[in-house]
Write a protein that binds this ligand. Structure first.
Ligand code: RIB
Length: 313
């Protein structure tokens, strides 16, 4: 059977994005200027992005039996996802609450909620999906032992495993060794490398230990400094587009979803990174998460009109 689906196993949150000039002082009640709400969660965002890029995508996760859960599942269905393995639990739906300051700084909080009710049994229930999935995408917003179990099962089913290790937390060396592609941002790379990674130079200097932990491919995203792709001894820098960011929430998820969608289409690795870079630049130009993520038509049209030139080291 030809494997052509993507399965995303991860978090589903209701996002509350507060736009404010500054954080409140201790004891102060601060009046927030504006708010954007909607479906989010790293898992849901990445799955929606894969689907918006035209790939048949299964979302595996957990939601509460509450209004936020009802809202999110409807949004996922409207975005064309297969949601039959999203379970509903007595825990309330997870939340993502971000303070977005005028200068673009984000303070991000997540409430675990139902995401932490996802279990190994739920992963056993999706064997049929893994058989049909070429790529399985995971993050670290569900219990780590469930992520590790899913990595193991996905690897036994010959899936290409893409781990976006966000938020950074410990994960077993055995699980990492089964990961085909690890994607981290500068703060997650700093956590895993135990060295400050903040720019191209520090990422190149410190990447080796992290690359050695995974099967073949490491991508470090560096915000406006672009991203670095490390494979064997090859190092490639893909610059970012110059845009004025409004809200970077979900930019990494857009990158991951678009990248995976392009890989499954058989696009060359560096071209997939360039297209993912374009997609992220579209996400950061608007407030919101899933609802504003770009679709295939938008991404491809902006890609055609912007030349990104990579640099090989
Ligand atoms: O990556 C952005 C996401 O992180 C938000 O949608 C929020 O819910 C958190 O999971």
């Amino acid at each position: 059977m030809e494997k052509k689906q993507i399965t995303v196993i991860g978090s589903l949150n209701y996002d509350i994005l507060l736009k404010q000039a500054r954080l409140p002082e201790k004891g102060e009640t601060y009046t927030v200027n504006d708010v954007t709400t909607g479906a989010g969660g790293k898992g849901g965002n990445q799955a929606v992005q894969c689907s918006k890029m035209g790939i048949e995508t299964n979302m595996i996760g957990a939601l509460g039996r509450d209004l936020f859960g009802d809202y999110i599942i409807n949004q996922l269905k409207d975005n064309g996802l297969n949601v039959e393995n999203i379970k509903r639990t007595k825990q309330s739906t997870g939340l993502g609450i971000n303070n977005i300051l005028s200068d673009g700084t984000i303070y991000a909080n997540v409430v675990k909620g139902a995401n932490f009710a996802l279990s190994k049994e739920d992963i056993n229930d999706i064997k049929d999906k893994l058989v049909r999935s070429k790529i399985v995408i995971l993050q670290l917003e569900i219990p780590t032992e469930v992520t590790e179990y899913a990595i193991d099962l996905a690897s036994k089913n010959d899936c290409f495993i893409l781990l976006n290790a966000a938020p950074a937390k410990p994960i077993s060396a055995q699980s990492l060794s089964k990961v085909d592609c690890l994607i981290v941002n500068e703060s997650e790379a700093t956590y895993y490398c135990k060295q400050k990674i903040e720019d191209i130079e520090s990422a190149i200097f410190n990447h080796k230990k992290l690359l050695a932990k995974v099967k073949k491919l490491l991508i470090i995203t560096l915000g406006e400094k672009g991203s670095l792709v490390f494979q064997n001894s090859e190092i490639v820098h893909v610059p970012a587009l110059k845009v004025s960011p409004l809200d970077t929430t979900g930019a990494g998820d857009t990158f991951v979803g678009t990248f995976a969608a392009k890989l499954i289409e058989g696009v060359d690795l560096i071209e997939a990174v360039k297209i993912a870079t374009i997609a992220s630049s579209l996400t950061i130009s608007k407030y919101g998460t899933q609802s504003i993520m770009p679709d295939k038509k938008e991404v491809e049209s902006v890609y055609q009109s912007n030349k990104i030139t990579e640099k090989y080291f």
